[in-house]
Design a protein around this ligand. Structure first.
Ligand code: ZN
Length: 388
């Protein structure tokens, strides 16, 4: 094992020891990373969330307040281990058969450990183009940390140029994924006796009309698939996951709820669908409901709106990562990441990091030493590039 790999494994072990499940605080881990980065000569900013229990870290090596830098990004939170049977303590990293086991080893503390271990070397090489480290909270619950971080950067007027997102891809370069939008739409009507349906507002029946509209949209979205779309399936999808409402067969339902999701291949599809649904509720459903009961309502609760990463003809992040990894092809994936949020700031982004999504979120999550070494090699070449 090289000394660098050895150091990276030690740091990864320390990071696994912080049980940063999304619902819990990540502050100790952020403080640990901040200490390491400051020691490497980075300027570190920590931005807390509203609760004060969680924070984003944004650090810079190289020139200050300069746009166009390269961001190495990772989320600090991990998914829970409850109801999973592990061969060993998930928050105590162990090595077996050239693999490192523990919650977060591949998703995605492995990448963070590699990036921070390389920070002193990168700090020595950095030239005119700054290098940033962005470590966020609450990715697994809806990318809230990354959304807050992008707002912080906007407020500061800082616009880095390239983002490398360290979600596990077996070190393959991923240049696209769909968005993930999740909603609960609530219908509130007016209860009454089932024998006289016109005197009530049946929330379940309006929810059913809404689901019919979702099905129509689902068909329309197929026809809007971008030409040469590499996504599977190639178009934006809508799926109704759950429908609840009502109390008994002879009572007019006063409340109902539809849980649904949309996976846009392009942001314009999401706008199209949302506009259509808003118009349908405003101009069709609500007037019918309110003609009987003025207090009737339809509200849509946004559980997550994680932007997709749209493959682009021009993508500097892709070009850089092809050079650093030696790979000459790229891929798309089905899972969502923070990448699309960074592109909103005008940055180009790709996803590339050690470990496989196959092991993410599962019992006995691991990352192989070989993958960690590949990541260190890639970061070493990034140092050469920054110094060139
Ligand atoms: Zn992840």
């Amino acid at each position: 094992m090289t000394a660098l790999l050895d150091d990276t494994c030690t740091l990864l072990g320390e990071l696994i020891g912080f049980p940063t499940i999304s619902s819990d605080s990540n502050l100790e881990m952020i403080a640990h990373l901040a200490g390491r980065l400051e020691h490497a000569g980075a300027r570190v900013d920590i931005h807390h969330d509203k609760t004060g229990k969680k924070a984003n870290l944004f650090a810079t090596i190289g020139p200050e307040d300069v746009d166009g830098g390269i961001v190495l990004s990772g989320h600090t939170d991990v998914v829970p281990v409850s109801e999973q049977v592990w061969a060993s303590d998930p928050f105590e990293m162990v090595q077996r058969d050239e693999r490192l086991y523990g919650r977060g080893t591949c998703d995605m503390k492995g990448f963070i450990a590699a990036a921070v271990t390389m920070a002193p070397m990168l700090a020595k090489r950095v030239g005119a183009r700054p290098l940033h480290f962005a470590f966020t909270y609450d990715e697994e619950t809806g990318c809230f940390g990354a959304q807050a971080l992008v707002q912080t950067l906007k407020a500061q007027g800082l616009r880095p140029g390239v983002a490398i997102i360290g979600e596990p891809t077996d070190m393959r370069i991923i240049e696209g994924h769909k968005g993930c939008y999740e909603y609960s739409t609530h219908f509130s009507g007016l209860a009454g006796h089932g024998s006289d349906p016109d005197r009530g507002v049946n929330a379940v029946e309006y929810a059913a009309r809404y689901v019919m509209r979702l099905l129509e949209l689902k068909d329309q979205l197929r026809t809007r698939a971008p030409k040469d779309s590499r996504f599977k399936p190639p178009w934006t999808t809508i799926s109704t996951g759950a429908m609840n409402g009502g109390v008994a067969h002879n009572v007019i339902a006063s409340a109902a709820r539809v849980d649904w999701d949309m996976r846009p291949v392009q942001a314009s599809d999401a706008r199209f669908a949302k506009d259509d649904l808003r118009d349908y509720c405003q101009n069709t459903l609500l007037p019918m409901m309110r003609a009987v009961h003025p207090g009737a309502d339809i509200t849509t609760e946004v559980l997550a709106e994680v932007e997709g990463l749209e493959p682009a003809d021009e993508n500097e992040a892709r070009e850089i990562m092809m050079e650093l990894t030696g790979h000459n092809e790229t891929d798309l994936v089905a899972f969502g990441t923070e990448a699309g949020i960074f592109t909103e700031l005008g940055m180009s982004a790709v996803v590339c990091a050690p470990g496989s999504i196959e092991q993410a979120h599962k019992a006995d999550e691991y990352v192989s030493l070989a993958q960690m070494q590949q990541c260190l090699d890639m970061l070493g070449r990034l140092g050469d590039k920054l110094g060139a």
